[in-house]
Design a protein around this ligand. Structure first.
Ligand SMILES: [Zn+2]
Ligand SMILES: [Zn+2]
Length: 245
């Protein structure tokens, strides 16, 4: 499984990166995790006929702002957008004029499914609710003998541990600065590291660095160091980084 980190910022786009978007390249398909401002970078990567699945964590704008550039793509294998139960109507309300072209007008054949209706996919996945200000789900994806967990936009949550159990890679969020924890809507690096530790994950990748707090790259290095003292196999990828698991 090849992982492209297309957007590693949280909240808004700055010189440190775009908002959350991660692309998984699998044998039979592509999986996009969230559609933040980094989504446009998929244009240079997805060039073949494999189907594309976009798994949304929730509908906060920094995770869906990239949807407005869907007209750029002509993905011949089609696009299936998967969203949390109860979210489909709200997503359809955003994915229409005057906000953006409707799915049926896109070059790419596009459908929207809630998680419960997403069956017979070329990968196994589970979704569980997380702790956040809006209804948010995390994912556990199993494909090609590898397991990847995605817990982005969450506070401390038992379900994040369940999703990350013995995963080859846990992608977790790191909105807050080391030691900061103003609420349980997001994690700081130590909390993300403790999550990876408790889950028994093999590796941890931190993303969703809150753009106003992490306004320079060296602050990410400090987060990485703080997390690494608790969970050794921690990475803090930049936009454009590629990881193979
Ligand atoms: Zn966010
Ligand atoms: Zn959010």
């Amino acid at each position: 499984m090849r992982i492209h980190f297309l957007g590693t910022n949280g909240w808004f786009n700055t010189q440190t990166g775009n908002t959350a978007c991660t692309l998984l390249e699998l044998q039979d398909c592509y999986i996009l995790l969230d559609a933040g401002g980094g989504l446009y970078k998929a244009y240079d990567i997805i060039k073949d006929d494999k189907p594309v699945y976009l798994l949304l964590s929730h509908l906060h704008m920094d995770h869906i702002e990239g949807l407005q550039i869907l007209p750029l793509f002509n993905w011949r294998g089609g696009l299936t957008i998967i969203t949390a139960g109860g979210n489909k109507k709200e997503l359809e309300n955003i994915m229409r004029p005057p906000f953006m072209p409707a799915p049926e007008s896109l070059k790419t054949k596009t459908q929207i499914l809630e998680v419960g209706a997403a069956k017979n996919l070329p990968f196994d996945f589970a979704a569980l609710p997380l702790e956040h200000a809006a209804p948010t789900i995390g994912y556990r994806i199993e494909a090609g003998g590898k397991t990847l967990a995605y817990a982005v936009d969450t506070g401390v949550a038992d379900n994040a541990v369940k999703l990350g159990r013995a995963a080859d890679l846990l992608i977790a969020e790191c909105s807050y600065l080391p030691g900061q924890s103003p609420d349980n809507n997001h994690l700081n690096p130590q909390q993300a590291a403790a999550l990876a530790q408790e889950a028994g994950a093999k590796a941890l990748a931190l993303i969703h660095f809150k753009a106003d707090d992490y306004n320079a790259m060296h602050l990410r290095d400090e987060a990485l160091a703080a997390a690494g003292r608790i969970f050794e196999h921690t990475l803090a990828p930049y936009d454009g980084d590629i990881l193979e698991i």
